[in-house]
Design a protein around this ligand. Structure first.
Ligand SMILES: [Zn+2]
Length: 153
């Protein structure tokens, strides 16, 4: 599905603008994610966020779970920590998630795209199809955001 003229993650790091630099405010990222995608797409963007997230995840220059967790923090999506792991599944909690501080609305889970990024990256790293589900979210009123990753064995 990718061709030689496609953008790569390495391309994304080629930043030359002189005045405004290499960061954009969190409210812009949130606006794209929540006003644009969550509210603007049918079914809160489910399906679309899965495709987008997996594409991004597969493009990340990471070769291990550790490298992936470090990059997640470096990109300031959140600070991931493995909170539970056995042969078949793993739970990753996200502290300081991009959604932290938004109004609580029970039943809303808004960090599915970021879970799909994990899914794409882990599928590439582990050479097997894993599935990632968002089981906790700050916006739902949980103490942090958390993903359940299945299919490890
Ligand atoms: Zn979140």
């Amino acid at each position: 599905m990718t061709t030689s003229s496609d953008f790569t993650f390495a391309d994304m790091r080629k930043i030359k603008r002189k005045t405004l630099g290499d960061v954009v405010p969190l409210e812009l990222f949130r606006s794209i994610r929540l006003i644009g995608m969550y509210q603007g797409l049918p079914l809160h963007g489910k399906g679309t966020t899965g495709v987008i997230g997996k594409q991004i995840g597969q493009s990340l220059p990471v070769n291990s779970v550790d490298e992936l967790l470090n990059l997640f923090k470096e990109l300031k999506i959140g600070i991931p920590a493995i909170v539970r792991q056995d042969a078949e599944r793993m739970h990753i909690a996200i502290h300081d998630c991009f959604c932290e501080g938004l109004p609580v609305s029970e039943g809303k889970f808004v960090c599915d795209l970021e879970g799909a990024i994990f899914e794409g990256a882990l599928t590439k790293i582990l050479h097997k199809t894993v599935t990632v589900r968002e089981i906790k979210c700050n916006v739902n009123g949980d103490e942090h955001c958390e993903y359940e990753i299945r299919g490890l064995s």
